[in-house]
Design a protein. Structure first.
Length: 405
């Protein structure tokens, strides 16, 4: 939904990756059933924006004119519009082991480039006729850090990102519509923290070599190529990821803005926080150690920060005498201040939304609690639509109830 001009005119939605959907048939079901149910409760008289998640298989299916026409018909009939796509998970994202596989194929591969180009092809055609609405595609922050084999891996990733940015320039010239690739820093990834993201952009994506390469790919002057890089490459700030890294959201935004890096999209999400981990905490948090998703842990100890790729790794290294604080990458409903006695990183979400309400940071706001199916049962007694509506209303309240009628 579009927020009132007084609130910056941003668009607020939720990501459809909460709904299982690896095929066009499954995605169309969510668009026909879940999205209208959410819209009916939140904005029955207003079009509702969609944060669309499409697997690579579904993106290929939608290249078929009949399938794409069906998608457009579903959106029009239900009063829905698409302004952002989650292009992070390439393949299966529900009901099977995902873990570190979610980063594959990473940005060194032609498959990731082709997938991202397919998504851009779709989004540029799905954007509302209102030319003021740009598009965004959130994506893997390079890849999983443990998979990096050396400088050649980084060079391959950078080259494919530049090729994708050049493709976005091509689409803009062809259609007049602008789409930004929003790389999403995440614990244990190539771009892990805001500082790492800024350093990577300066060193690899905004430097002289990248400008020259972009100019070659697009046939532009160096000045235009530099402007295109800043227009089409940016950061998706996931508030859970940043908080798990013990980052202050205001400082993260200030750092990115000072570096001239755009924030095309912010994902409104919260993780688990354990202020002083005890053996009793370990026993209780094992309920959150599912076999589907990776739940990275950042531990703050007297000796500094320690990072673990998953909860099991953190359990194995736990020393109660150190009394560490843990932040856990497990997306939890943002309307909950605590779960089973654990606190959450929701204060960081509140801090960011207060800033967004006063001075818009981004035009694209997306609630993203994809872990609904793996939450301990006591926290998912309501149906998924009820949960989504509660999250969206909580976000609206934090933004000052700024939706237009």
């Amino acid at each position: 939904m579009k927020l009132a001009p007084a609130k910056g005119g941003a668009h607020l939605t939720y990501c459809t990756n909460i709904h299982p959907g690896e095929t066009w048939e499954e995605v169309s079901h969510a668009l026909k059933v879940h999205l209208p149910a959410v819209k009916a409760q939140l904005c029955p008289d207003q079009d509702f924006g969609v944060g669309l998640r499409l697997s690579a298989a579904t993106a290929r299916d939608l290249q078929d004119p009949e399938a794409f026409a069906e998608l457009q018909d579903i959106l029009t009939t239900a009063g829905l519009y698409v302004f952002t796509i989650n292009g992070f998970p390439y393949g299966t994202f529900h009901g099977a082991r995902v873990k570190e596989g979610v980063y594959q194929p990473d940005w060194r591969t032609g498959d990731r480039l082709a997938y991202s180009n397919h998504l851009a092809d779709l989004l540029v055609r799905l954007l509302p006729d209102d030319g003021s609405i740009d598009g965004s595609i959130s994506s893997v922050p390079g890849g999983f850090k443990a998979d990096v084999e050396g400088p050649e891996t980084i060079r391959a990733m950078v080259d494919n990102m530049l090729r994708h940015a050049a493709y976005l320039v091509h689409l803009r010239r062809l259609t007049g519509r602008s789409i930004a690739l929003a790389l999403e820093p995440e614990p244990c990834c190539v771009l892990e923290t805001t500082e790492e993201a800024v350093n990577a952009f300066k060193r690899h994506l905004f430097n002289g070599a990248a400008i020259s390469q972009m100019a070659m790919y697009t046939g532009s002057s160096r000045a235009d190529a530099e402007a295109d890089l800043h227009r089409h490459l940016g950061i998706c700030l996931d508030l859970c990821h940043a908080a798990v890294e013990f980052e202050n959201p205001d400082q993260a935004v200030d750092t990115l803005q000072a570096a001239g890096i755009s924030i095309p999209k912010v994902q409104i999400s919260a993780g688990l926080r354990l202020p002083q981990v005890s053996k009793a905490d370990i026993a209780r948090i094992k309920l959150f150690d599912d076999e589907v998703y990776l739940h990275q842990v950042v531990a703050k100890t007297a000796y500094g920060m320690e990072r673990y790729p998953d909860l099991g790794d953190a359990f194995a290294s736990f020393k109660e005498a150190e009394k560490p604080e843990w932040r856990v990458h497990f997306h939890v409903p943002i309307f909950l201040a605590e779960l089973d006695g654990f606190t959450t990183t929701r204060p960081a979400v509140e801090q960011f939304l207060a800033r967004q309400a006063k001075n818009s940071v981004t035009d694209h706001l997306e609630v993203e609690t994809y872990t609904w199916d793996v939450l301990p049962e006591e926290f998912r007694r309501d149906d998924v639509v009820t949960n989504i509506v509660k999250e969206m209303r909580w976000a609206q309240q934090q933004l000052g109830n700024g939706s237009t009628p």
